[in-house]
Design a protein around this ligand. Structure first.
Ligand SMILES: [Fe+2]
Length: 468
Protein backbone atom coordinates (compact mmCIF):
# COMPACT_ATOMS: atom_id res chain seq x y z
CA UNK A 1 0.00 0.00 0.00
CA UNK A 2 1.48 3.31 -0.89
CA UNK A 3 2.10 5.83 1.84
CA UNK A 4 -0.65 8.22 0.65
CA UNK A 5 -3.28 5.52 1.25
CA UNK A 6 -1.74 4.64 4.63
CA UNK A 7 -1.96 8.29 5.70
CA UNK A 8 -5.56 8.49 4.42
CA UNK A 9 -6.53 5.36 6.38
CA UNK A 10 -4.85 6.61 9.57
CA UNK A 11 -6.49 10.05 9.24
CA UNK A 12 -9.93 8.51 8.55
CA UNK A 13 -9.58 6.16 11.51
CA UNK A 14 -8.65 9.04 13.82
CA UNK A 15 -11.57 11.11 12.56
CA UNK A 16 -14.07 8.23 12.98
CA UNK A 17 -12.79 7.27 16.46
CA UNK A 18 -12.71 10.93 17.46
CA UNK A 19 -16.27 11.35 16.27
CA UNK A 20 -17.43 8.30 18.24
CA UNK A 21 -15.56 9.58 21.31
CA UNK A 22 -17.13 12.99 20.96
CA UNK A 23 -20.61 11.44 20.63
CA UNK A 24 -20.10 9.23 23.70
CA UNK A 25 -18.65 12.11 25.72
CA UNK A 26 -21.13 14.81 24.90
CA UNK A 27 -24.28 12.87 24.27
CA UNK A 28 -26.51 12.67 27.32
CA UNK A 29 -26.66 9.31 29.05
CA UNK A 30 -30.01 8.09 27.78
CA UNK A 31 -30.52 5.99 30.91
CA UNK A 32 -30.80 9.28 32.75
CA UNK A 33 -33.82 9.93 30.59
CA UNK A 34 -34.72 13.54 31.22
CA UNK A 35 -32.41 15.21 33.72
CA UNK A 36 -28.72 16.06 33.30
CA UNK A 37 -28.16 17.28 36.85
CA UNK A 38 -29.76 18.76 39.93
CA UNK A 39 -28.11 20.43 42.93
CA UNK A 40 -29.00 22.64 45.89
CA UNK A 41 -27.40 25.88 47.03
CA UNK A 42 -28.19 29.17 48.70
CA UNK A 43 -29.38 27.16 51.70
CA UNK A 44 -30.52 29.22 54.71
CA UNK A 45 -32.54 28.23 57.79
CA UNK A 46 -35.73 28.91 55.79
CA UNK A 47 -34.91 28.56 52.11
CA UNK A 48 -32.94 26.86 49.34
CA UNK A 49 -32.32 27.17 45.60
CA UNK A 50 -32.40 24.10 43.36
CA UNK A 51 -30.61 24.31 39.97
CA UNK A 52 -31.31 21.74 37.29
CA UNK A 53 -30.83 20.91 33.63
CA UNK A 54 -33.34 18.92 31.59
CA UNK A 55 -32.41 17.40 28.24
CA UNK A 56 -35.58 18.66 26.57
CA UNK A 57 -37.74 21.72 27.24
CA UNK A 58 -39.98 20.82 30.16
CA UNK A 59 -42.35 22.11 32.80
CA UNK A 60 -40.58 21.56 36.11
CA UNK A 61 -41.24 22.05 39.79
CA UNK A 62 -39.44 20.73 42.85
CA UNK A 63 -41.05 18.64 45.54
CA UNK A 64 -39.45 18.82 48.99
CA UNK A 65 -40.13 16.88 52.18
CA UNK A 66 -38.45 16.03 55.48
CA UNK A 67 -39.34 12.36 54.82
CA UNK A 68 -36.78 10.57 52.66
CA UNK A 69 -38.77 7.63 51.32
CA UNK A 70 -42.41 8.60 51.48
CA UNK A 71 -42.01 12.33 50.76
CA UNK A 72 -44.87 12.76 53.21
CA UNK A 73 -46.34 16.21 53.70
CA UNK A 74 -44.51 17.63 50.67
CA UNK A 75 -44.08 21.23 49.70
CA UNK A 76 -43.56 22.44 46.12
CA UNK A 77 -41.72 25.23 44.39
CA UNK A 78 -43.47 27.29 41.73
CA UNK A 79 -43.46 25.85 38.22
CA UNK A 80 -40.75 26.89 35.82
CA UNK A 81 -40.30 26.14 32.13
CA UNK A 82 -36.93 25.14 30.72
CA UNK A 83 -36.31 26.25 27.14
CA UNK A 84 -33.82 25.39 24.42
CA UNK A 85 -32.86 29.09 24.15
CA UNK A 86 -31.74 28.92 27.80
CA UNK A 87 -30.04 25.51 27.42
CA UNK A 88 -32.90 23.79 29.27
CA UNK A 89 -31.59 24.99 32.63
CA UNK A 90 -33.76 26.28 35.44
CA UNK A 91 -33.92 27.18 39.12
CA UNK A 92 -36.56 26.50 41.72
CA UNK A 93 -36.86 28.47 44.94
CA UNK A 94 -37.95 26.73 48.14
CA UNK A 95 -39.09 28.81 51.09
CA UNK A 96 -40.92 28.41 54.41
CA UNK A 97 -38.53 25.62 55.37
CA UNK A 98 -37.71 24.77 58.98
CA UNK A 99 -34.23 25.35 60.46
CA UNK A 100 -31.98 22.45 61.38
CA UNK A 101 -33.92 19.96 59.26
CA UNK A 102 -32.74 17.49 56.64
CA UNK A 103 -34.80 17.88 53.49
CA UNK A 104 -35.15 15.61 50.47
CA UNK A 105 -36.07 17.01 47.09
CA UNK A 106 -36.91 15.63 43.68
CA UNK A 107 -37.98 17.00 40.34
CA UNK A 108 -41.46 16.78 38.90
CA UNK A 109 -41.06 16.84 35.12
CA UNK A 110 -44.12 17.55 32.97
CA UNK A 111 -46.43 16.69 35.90
CA UNK A 112 -44.72 13.37 36.58
CA UNK A 113 -42.43 12.44 39.46
CA UNK A 114 -39.88 9.82 38.55
CA UNK A 115 -38.10 7.96 41.32
CA UNK A 116 -34.83 7.80 39.37
CA UNK A 117 -32.20 8.93 41.85
CA UNK A 118 -30.54 11.39 39.46
CA UNK A 119 -33.62 13.58 39.85
CA UNK A 120 -33.26 13.97 43.57
CA UNK A 121 -31.02 15.18 46.37
CA UNK A 122 -30.84 16.22 49.98
CA UNK A 123 -29.63 19.15 52.06
CA UNK A 124 -29.93 20.20 55.68
CA UNK A 125 -31.01 23.67 56.68
CA UNK A 126 -28.74 25.34 59.26
CA UNK A 127 -29.90 26.24 62.74
CA UNK A 128 -30.99 29.88 62.99
CA UNK A 129 -28.88 30.46 66.12
CA UNK A 130 -25.64 29.20 67.63
CA UNK A 131 -24.86 25.58 66.71
CA UNK A 132 -21.96 23.28 65.86
CA UNK A 133 -21.37 21.70 62.45
CA UNK A 134 -18.81 20.68 59.86
CA UNK A 135 -18.23 21.97 56.34
CA UNK A 136 -15.83 20.83 53.62
CA UNK A 137 -14.10 22.92 50.98
CA UNK A 138 -11.50 22.80 48.26
CA UNK A 139 -10.52 24.15 44.86
CA UNK A 140 -8.94 23.08 41.60
CA UNK A 141 -10.16 20.10 39.64
CA UNK A 142 -9.81 19.06 36.01
CA UNK A 143 -12.94 19.83 34.03
CA UNK A 144 -15.62 17.23 34.75
CA UNK A 145 -13.39 15.37 37.21
CA UNK A 146 -14.75 11.98 38.20
CA UNK A 147 -12.26 11.45 41.02
CA UNK A 148 -13.19 9.19 43.93
CA UNK A 149 -12.19 12.08 46.23
CA UNK A 150 -15.72 13.47 45.87
CA UNK A 151 -17.06 10.33 47.55
CA UNK A 152 -14.69 10.88 50.49
CA UNK A 153 -15.81 14.49 50.78
CA UNK A 154 -19.46 13.35 50.77
CA UNK A 155 -18.73 10.78 53.47
CA UNK A 156 -17.62 13.62 55.76
CA UNK A 157 -21.33 14.45 55.82
CA UNK A 158 -20.65 18.20 55.67
CA UNK A 159 -23.47 20.68 56.14
CA UNK A 160 -22.06 22.48 53.09
CA UNK A 161 -19.42 21.95 50.44
CA UNK A 162 -17.72 25.13 49.23
CA UNK A 163 -15.85 25.15 45.94
CA UNK A 164 -13.24 27.84 46.43
CA UNK A 165 -12.48 28.14 42.72
CA UNK A 166 -11.08 26.46 39.63
CA UNK A 167 -14.24 24.38 39.44
CA UNK A 168 -13.01 23.64 35.91
CA UNK A 169 -10.01 24.51 33.78
CA UNK A 170 -11.69 25.70 30.59
CA UNK A 171 -9.85 29.09 30.59
CA UNK A 172 -12.71 30.56 28.60
CA UNK A 173 -11.95 33.68 26.57
CA UNK A 174 -13.89 33.15 23.34
CA UNK A 175 -17.25 31.71 22.23
CA UNK A 176 -18.14 32.66 25.78
CA UNK A 177 -21.76 31.65 26.27
CA UNK A 178 -21.45 28.24 24.62
CA UNK A 179 -18.22 27.45 26.44
CA UNK A 180 -19.58 28.33 29.88
CA UNK A 181 -22.70 26.30 29.17
CA UNK A 182 -20.63 23.26 28.28
CA UNK A 183 -18.28 23.77 31.25
CA UNK A 184 -21.09 23.83 33.82
CA UNK A 185 -22.68 20.82 32.14
CA UNK A 186 -19.47 18.81 32.34
CA UNK A 187 -18.93 19.73 36.02
CA UNK A 188 -22.44 19.14 37.33
CA UNK A 189 -23.07 16.09 35.11
CA UNK A 190 -19.90 14.29 36.26
CA UNK A 191 -21.23 11.27 38.17
CA UNK A 192 -18.72 11.49 41.05
CA UNK A 193 -19.29 15.22 41.49
CA UNK A 194 -23.07 14.89 41.14
CA UNK A 195 -23.08 12.33 43.94
CA UNK A 196 -21.48 14.91 46.25
CA UNK A 197 -23.62 17.81 45.06
CA UNK A 198 -26.83 15.82 45.50
CA UNK A 199 -25.76 14.85 49.05
CA UNK A 200 -25.43 18.31 50.59
CA UNK A 201 -25.64 22.05 49.96
CA UNK A 202 -23.23 23.69 47.50
CA UNK A 203 -21.59 27.14 47.49
CA UNK A 204 -19.07 28.39 44.96
CA UNK A 205 -16.73 31.29 44.26
CA UNK A 206 -14.64 31.19 41.13
CA UNK A 207 -10.93 31.76 40.70
CA UNK A 208 -8.97 32.40 37.50
CA UNK A 209 -9.36 29.24 35.36
CA UNK A 210 -13.13 28.98 35.79
CA UNK A 211 -13.70 32.73 35.33
CA UNK A 212 -11.32 33.29 32.40
CA UNK A 213 -7.72 32.56 31.52
CA UNK A 214 -4.86 31.81 33.89
CA UNK A 215 -4.48 34.83 36.22
CA UNK A 216 -7.51 36.47 34.60
CA UNK A 217 -8.89 39.86 35.64
CA UNK A 218 -11.54 42.46 34.76
CA UNK A 219 -10.23 42.68 31.19
CA UNK A 220 -11.20 39.06 30.41
CA UNK A 221 -12.93 38.86 27.01
CA UNK A 222 -15.76 36.84 28.57
CA UNK A 223 -16.21 38.89 31.75
CA UNK A 224 -19.89 39.65 31.24
CA UNK A 225 -20.82 36.18 29.99
CA UNK A 226 -18.98 34.60 32.94
CA UNK A 227 -21.04 36.68 35.35
CA UNK A 228 -24.29 35.94 33.51
CA UNK A 229 -23.54 32.21 33.35
CA UNK A 230 -22.76 32.12 37.07
CA UNK A 231 -26.07 33.79 37.86
CA UNK A 232 -27.97 31.41 35.57
CA UNK A 233 -26.31 28.06 36.32
CA UNK A 234 -25.16 28.20 39.94
CA UNK A 235 -27.50 27.91 42.95
CA UNK A 236 -26.01 30.82 44.89
CA UNK A 237 -26.76 33.12 47.81
CA UNK A 238 -28.17 36.60 47.03
CA UNK A 239 -25.51 38.60 45.20
CA UNK A 240 -24.38 41.89 46.69
CA UNK A 241 -24.30 43.66 43.31
CA UNK A 242 -26.82 43.47 40.48
CA UNK A 243 -25.54 45.28 37.38
CA UNK A 244 -24.36 43.31 34.31
CA UNK A 245 -20.63 43.52 34.98
CA UNK A 246 -20.80 43.54 38.77
CA UNK A 247 -18.89 41.05 40.96
CA UNK A 248 -20.59 37.86 42.12
CA UNK A 249 -19.63 38.50 45.77
CA UNK A 250 -22.06 37.19 48.36
CA UNK A 251 -22.34 36.36 52.05
CA UNK A 252 -24.28 33.89 54.16
CA UNK A 253 -24.44 32.83 57.78
CA UNK A 254 -24.26 29.35 59.28
CA UNK A 255 -25.11 29.89 62.91
CA UNK A 256 -22.84 32.59 64.25
CA UNK A 257 -20.30 32.36 61.45
CA UNK A 258 -20.59 34.77 58.51
CA UNK A 259 -18.99 33.48 55.32
CA UNK A 260 -17.88 36.24 52.96
CA UNK A 261 -17.32 34.99 49.41
CA UNK A 262 -15.34 37.76 47.72
CA UNK A 263 -15.06 37.84 43.92
CA UNK A 264 -11.40 38.76 43.50
CA UNK A 265 -11.27 37.99 39.75
CA UNK A 266 -13.96 39.73 37.74
CA UNK A 267 -13.07 43.24 38.94
CA UNK A 268 -9.32 42.77 39.38
CA UNK A 269 -6.90 45.33 37.96
CA UNK A 270 -3.34 44.04 38.01
CA UNK A 271 -0.36 46.06 39.13
CA UNK A 272 2.21 47.06 36.51
CA UNK A 273 5.96 46.75 36.83
CA UNK A 274 9.11 48.04 35.21
CA UNK A 275 11.39 45.17 36.13
CA UNK A 276 11.01 44.90 39.90
CA UNK A 277 9.71 48.45 40.28
CA UNK A 278 5.94 48.68 40.58
CA UNK A 279 4.75 51.52 38.36
CA UNK A 280 1.00 51.06 38.95
CA UNK A 281 -0.84 49.88 42.05
CA UNK A 282 -3.32 47.04 41.48
CA UNK A 283 -6.59 46.08 43.14
CA UNK A 284 -8.28 42.71 43.62
CA UNK A 285 -11.64 44.22 44.60
CA UNK A 286 -11.53 46.63 41.65
CA UNK A 287 -13.61 49.45 43.13
CA UNK A 288 -14.11 51.41 46.33
CA UNK A 289 -17.72 50.22 46.47
CA UNK A 290 -16.69 46.55 46.36
CA UNK A 291 -14.00 46.97 49.02
CA UNK A 292 -16.37 49.00 51.19
CA UNK A 293 -18.99 46.23 50.88
CA UNK A 294 -16.40 43.76 52.18
CA UNK A 295 -15.46 46.00 55.11
CA UNK A 296 -19.12 46.68 55.92
CA UNK A 297 -19.84 42.93 55.96
CA UNK A 298 -16.92 42.27 58.33
CA UNK A 299 -18.07 45.01 60.66
CA UNK A 300 -21.72 43.94 60.53
CA UNK A 301 -20.66 40.39 61.41
CA UNK A 302 -18.67 41.54 64.40
CA UNK A 303 -21.40 43.92 65.57
CA UNK A 304 -24.00 41.14 65.43
CA UNK A 305 -21.91 38.73 67.48
CA UNK A 306 -20.56 36.63 64.60
CA UNK A 307 -17.09 35.59 63.48
CA UNK A 308 -16.01 35.87 59.84
CA UNK A 309 -14.70 33.26 57.41
CA UNK A 310 -13.38 35.16 54.41
CA UNK A 311 -13.00 33.22 51.17
CA UNK A 312 -10.02 34.82 49.45
CA UNK A 313 -9.32 32.47 46.55
CA UNK A 314 -5.81 33.77 46.00
CA UNK A 315 -2.98 33.35 48.54
CA UNK A 316 -3.02 36.04 51.25
CA UNK A 317 0.47 35.32 52.59
CA UNK A 318 3.33 36.35 50.31
CA UNK A 319 5.91 39.04 50.82
CA UNK A 320 9.54 39.90 50.32
CA UNK A 321 11.65 37.24 52.00
CA UNK A 322 8.95 34.56 51.58
CA UNK A 323 9.87 31.19 50.02
CA UNK A 324 8.05 31.87 46.74
CA UNK A 325 8.11 35.64 46.48
CA UNK A 326 8.81 37.26 43.10
CA UNK A 327 9.40 40.98 42.93
CA UNK A 328 6.75 41.42 40.22
CA UNK A 329 3.89 39.48 41.86
CA UNK A 330 0.46 40.03 40.31
CA UNK A 331 -1.38 36.75 41.02
CA UNK A 332 -1.67 36.81 44.83
CA UNK A 333 -1.91 39.38 47.60
CA UNK A 334 1.90 39.80 47.50
CA UNK A 335 1.39 42.06 44.46
CA UNK A 336 -1.35 44.12 46.13
CA UNK A 337 0.28 45.26 49.40
CA UNK A 338 -1.64 48.57 49.67
CA UNK A 339 -5.08 46.97 49.41
CA UNK A 340 -4.05 44.13 51.72
CA UNK A 341 -2.73 46.57 54.30
CA UNK A 342 -5.96 48.60 54.13
CA UNK A 343 -7.90 45.40 54.90
CA UNK A 344 -5.51 44.41 57.69
CA UNK A 345 -5.70 47.90 59.20
CA UNK A 346 -9.49 47.67 59.15
CA UNK A 347 -9.39 44.25 60.84
CA UNK A 348 -7.05 45.66 63.47
CA UNK A 349 -8.99 48.88 64.01
CA UNK A 350 -12.31 47.11 64.46
CA UNK A 351 -10.87 43.95 66.04
CA UNK A 352 -12.72 41.73 63.57
CA UNK A 353 -12.68 38.05 64.61
CA UNK A 354 -11.73 36.55 61.24
CA UNK A 355 -10.01 33.66 59.46
CA UNK A 356 -9.29 33.09 55.76
CA UNK A 357 -9.96 30.06 53.58
CA UNK A 358 -8.20 29.96 50.24
CA UNK A 359 -7.48 27.91 47.15
CA UNK A 360 -5.61 28.59 43.91
CA UNK A 361 -2.27 27.19 45.09
CA UNK A 362 -2.36 23.39 44.69
CA UNK A 363 -1.52 22.61 48.28
CA UNK A 364 -2.97 22.29 51.74
CA UNK A 365 -1.35 24.79 54.10
CA UNK A 366 -2.15 26.44 57.42
CA UNK A 367 -0.86 29.51 59.18
CA UNK A 368 -1.85 30.50 62.71
CA UNK A 369 -1.39 34.20 61.99
CA UNK A 370 2.38 34.25 62.59
CA UNK A 371 3.08 35.08 58.94
CA UNK A 372 -0.12 36.89 57.95
CA UNK A 373 -0.04 40.13 59.93
CA UNK A 374 -0.03 42.93 57.36
CA UNK A 375 -1.48 45.73 59.53
CA UNK A 376 0.63 48.83 59.94
CA UNK A 377 2.67 48.17 63.07
CA UNK A 378 1.08 44.73 63.39
CA UNK A 379 -2.17 43.74 65.06
CA UNK A 380 -4.06 41.67 62.43
CA UNK A 381 -2.67 38.13 62.59
CA UNK A 382 -5.34 36.30 60.56
CA UNK A 383 -5.29 32.47 60.48
CA UNK A 384 -5.11 31.17 56.88
CA UNK A 385 -6.16 27.73 55.56
CA UNK A 386 -5.50 26.65 51.98
CA UNK A 387 -7.15 23.45 50.72
CA UNK A 388 -6.38 22.23 47.19
CA UNK A 389 -6.07 20.63 44.69
CA UNK A 390 -9.12 18.38 44.65
CA UNK A 391 -8.05 16.76 41.37
CA UNK A 392 -4.97 18.40 39.88
CA UNK A 393 -1.17 18.23 40.26
CA UNK A 394 0.46 19.78 43.34
CA UNK A 395 2.22 23.16 43.60
CA UNK A 396 3.35 25.53 46.36
CA UNK A 397 2.68 29.26 46.45
CA UNK A 398 3.11 32.05 48.94
CA UNK A 399 3.97 31.40 52.54
CA UNK A 400 5.66 30.65 54.80
CA UNK A 401 2.95 28.71 56.67
CA UNK A 402 3.48 28.16 60.39
CA UNK A 403 1.71 24.80 60.53
CA UNK A 404 3.31 23.54 57.33
CA UNK A 405 1.96 22.50 53.96
CA UNK A 406 1.74 19.61 51.50
CA UNK A 407 1.57 20.06 47.74
CA UNK A 408 0.19 16.80 46.37
CA UNK A 409 -2.69 15.92 44.10
CA UNK A 410 -6.05 15.03 45.68
CA UNK A 411 -6.59 17.14 48.81
CA UNK A 412 -9.41 19.03 50.54
CA UNK A 413 -10.17 20.68 53.87
CA UNK A 414 -12.78 20.42 56.61
CA UNK A 415 -13.79 23.03 59.18
CA UNK A 416 -15.51 21.94 62.35
CA UNK A 417 -17.30 24.81 64.04
CA UNK A 418 -17.90 24.45 67.77
CA UNK A 419 -20.36 26.97 69.10
CA UNK A 420 -22.30 26.43 72.31
CA UNK A 421 -23.63 29.98 72.32
CA UNK A 422 -20.93 31.26 74.66
CA UNK A 423 -18.54 34.14 74.21
CA UNK A 424 -16.24 32.39 71.75
CA UNK A 425 -16.47 30.15 68.72
CA UNK A 426 -13.83 27.50 68.09
CA UNK A 427 -12.81 26.27 64.65
CA UNK A 428 -10.90 23.07 63.95
CA UNK A 429 -9.21 22.87 60.58
CA UNK A 430 -8.19 19.53 59.11
CA UNK A 431 -6.41 18.91 55.81
CA UNK A 432 -7.42 15.62 54.16
CA UNK A 433 -5.89 13.58 51.36
CA UNK A 434 -7.59 11.85 48.42
CA UNK A 435 -8.53 8.91 50.66
CA UNK A 436 -10.01 11.07 53.39
CA UNK A 437 -7.03 10.65 55.72
CA UNK A 438 -5.45 13.50 57.67
CA UNK A 439 -2.52 14.97 55.72
CA UNK A 440 0.99 14.80 57.13
CA UNK A 441 2.67 18.16 56.52
CA UNK A 442 6.16 18.74 55.10
CA UNK A 443 7.39 18.69 58.71
CA UNK A 444 5.64 15.35 59.39
CA UNK A 445 2.93 16.84 61.59
CA UNK A 446 -0.77 16.14 61.19
CA UNK A 447 -2.05 19.18 59.36
CA UNK A 448 -4.74 20.22 61.85
CA UNK A 449 -5.23 23.42 63.78
CA UNK A 450 -7.77 24.55 66.34
CA UNK A 451 -8.33 28.12 67.48
CA UNK A 452 -11.07 30.14 69.12
CA UNK A 453 -12.33 33.62 68.30
CA UNK A 454 -14.38 35.89 70.57
CA UNK A 455 -17.91 36.83 69.54
CA UNK A 456 -19.05 39.39 72.08
CA UNK A 457 -18.43 42.88 70.77
CA UNK A 458 -17.55 43.90 74.33
CA UNK A 459 -15.00 41.16 74.94
CA UNK A 460 -11.27 41.53 74.47
CA UNK A 461 -10.70 40.10 70.98
CA UNK A 462 -7.57 38.08 71.52
CA UNK A 463 -7.14 34.85 69.64
CA UNK A 464 -6.45 31.78 71.72
CA UNK A 465 -4.73 28.82 70.12
CA UNK A 466 -4.96 25.20 71.13
CA UNK A 467 -2.40 22.79 69.75
CA UNK A 468 -3.68 19.41 68.62
FE1 LIG B 1 -6.05 25.92 40.48
Amino acid sequence: MNSKYKIAIVVSTVVILGGIGYWIFYTPNLADDEVAYVLAGGVTPQSAVISFNTYQPAKVRVQVSAEAVTFADPRYSDYTETTAEKYNIGKAYLDSLQPNTQYYYRLEINDTIDVFEGYSGTFTTPQDSAFSYKIAFGSCMVTGSNSSIFGHIASENPLLFISTGDLHYENINSNCEANFTQAYYRVFNSSAQAELYRSTAFAYMWDDHDYGNNNSDASSACQQQAITAYRDFVPHYPLAFQEDNDPISQTFSLGRVRFILADLRSQKVKPEYDGCERTKVGTNFGSEAHLKWFQDEMLAAKDSGQVVVWLSGIPYINHEGGPNYDCDEDDDWGGFPEERQAIANFVKEHQIPISIIAGDAHMVAMDDGSNSDYAEGGGAPIPVFHAAPIDRYGSYKGGPYSKGYRSSSGQYGTIEVEDDGGDEICLTWTAKDENGNVVQSNTDQELRYQFCLPVSSDSIPTQTSVSL
